[in-house]
Design a protein around this ligand. Structure first.
Ligand code: FE2
Length: 261
């Protein structure tokens, strides 16, 4: 296991993605957006009483490429998800590169499975904050194995909403569980222990940097208050040897998960 990752709960790898790959992902995301017909989805998101349709659109996105809007700016995209790595050849090439497989092993994933992918926009003045959370709340396995691979596609700093993390706090317990309940979703409180009171670390990185995040590491990001975009690509992996929770929001009954090959 990588010693820095084990100590801090995250690992920063500058220059992991060459500029050409950052360019390719950004261009491909722009193409997907250009080809997206917002008609039906906008209906799903614009009306409050469309809750069931909106839940379904989200719950079925684990095996699809779908478009999600900002809560505070309903005509602006927040992200594309959640099977880009399986369904789009450009995202698949970057997601299944051998250097990433090697790194997955280095952070303890012996039989890695690529579970979820997201293209995150966080556009200037629009991209909202993401509150403190642990990724294992959303993608739960027993034992906990979810690991985030977060690629900066723009320089990320405090002003445009870089990642914030509580260094070393991945040794704490899982606080919440987000799961399916009937047709919808609920958040269960598992542990009321507050986050450690330490000062968060701002993970300011250059374009092309990869940040690996332990599934129990508390992290967040502020809104983008700058005039610059802060696009990112995030990929979440689990270990095949762990038991995937049957009530996780993301289920792919007809579309098996795959590793790096
Ligand atoms: Fe996260």
């Amino acid at each position: 296991m990588n010693a820095d990752y084990e100590r801090d709960g995250f690992l920063v790898v500058p220059d992991f993605l060459p500029a050409a790959d950052c360019d390719a992902l950004q261009a491909r995301a722009a193409e997907l957006v250009a080809g997206f017909d917002p008609g039906p989805a906008r209906t799903v998101f614009s009306t409050r009483d469309q809750g069931h349709a909106r839940d379904r659109y989200f719950l079925e996105s684990g095996g699809a490429i779908r478009f999600f809007f900002e809560e505070e700016a309903p005509d602006q995209l927040n992200k594309i998800g959640h099977a880009l790595h399986d369904l789009d050849p450009v995202f698949e090439r970057v997601s299944r590169q051998p250097r990433l497989a090697a790194l997955a092993h280095e952070v303890g994933l012996e039989e890695p499975l690529l579970l979820q992918s997201m293209y995150i926009f966080k556009n200037p003045g629009i991209g909202g904050e993401v509150g403190w959370h642990q990724d294992a709340s959303y993608l739960h396995t027993t034992p906990i194995t979810v690991t985030g691979f977060w690629f900066a596609l723009d320089d990320a700093d405090r002003d445009n909403g870089c990642l914030l993390a509580l260094e070393g706090a991945h040794r704490g317990r899982l606080r919440q569980r987000f799961r399916r309940s009937g047709e919808g979703m609920v958040m269960d409180e598992l542990d009321s222990e507050p986050w450690p009171s330490e000062e968060p670390v701002a993970i300011e990185v250059r374009r092309g940097t990869l940040v690996v995040l332990h599934g129990l590491l508390p992290h967040a990001s502020t809104a983008n208050r700058s005039s610059r975009p802060r696009h990112a690509y995030a990929l979440h992996l689990i270990d095949r040897r762990a038991t995937y929770s049957a009530d996780n929001w993301l289920q792919r009954p007809d579309f098996p998960l795959r590793g790096f090959s």
